[in-house]
Design a protein. Structure first.
Length: 127
């Protein structure tokens, strides 16, 4: 069962790409893909960002990523995050330009204080 907290009337104000995404989750072929992805602990999400002034939903541009750092979400240029593979863990992907591309990432920290055991990788928390 899919919970729907936003009315269909509200969703009509979304950009066309996001309206298509919202509607697609109900299609049998998308439900089948979701079922198949679940075997790998993966899911489906709607890549998006928000207008900084209004909070309106917007499609995520190809050159931007959603980044979670210290439990805060921001939107940053993909090239900046891709250049820091030791600091950011990809957590969401889209098919763009004929290949899987990371569109979401979490900032990570390393915990070297575990008595010589392997370095633990953790999500960066707020200071």
């Amino acid at each position: 069962m899919i919970a729907q907290n936003v009315s269909q009337q509200d969703a009509r104000r979304f950009p066309e790409a996001l309206r298509r995404a919202q509607a697609a989750i109900h299609l049998p072929e998308v439900q089948d893909m979701l079922r198949r992805l679940s075997a790998y602990e993966l899911g489906i999400f709607m890549p998006h960002m928000h207008d900084a002034l209004t909070g309106d939903f917007q499609p995520l541009p190809d050159d931007m990523m959603q980044v979670e750092s210290g439990l805060d979400v921001s939107f940053r240029p993909s090239r900046d995050i891709a250049a820091q593979t030791d600091q950011f863990l990809p957590t969401g992907w889209c098919w763009r330009a004929g290949a899987a591309n990371a569109v979401a990432a979490c900032e990570m920290t390393r915990d070297d204080e575990n008595d010589g055991a392997e370095t633990a990788i953790k999500h960066k928390m707020t200071a």
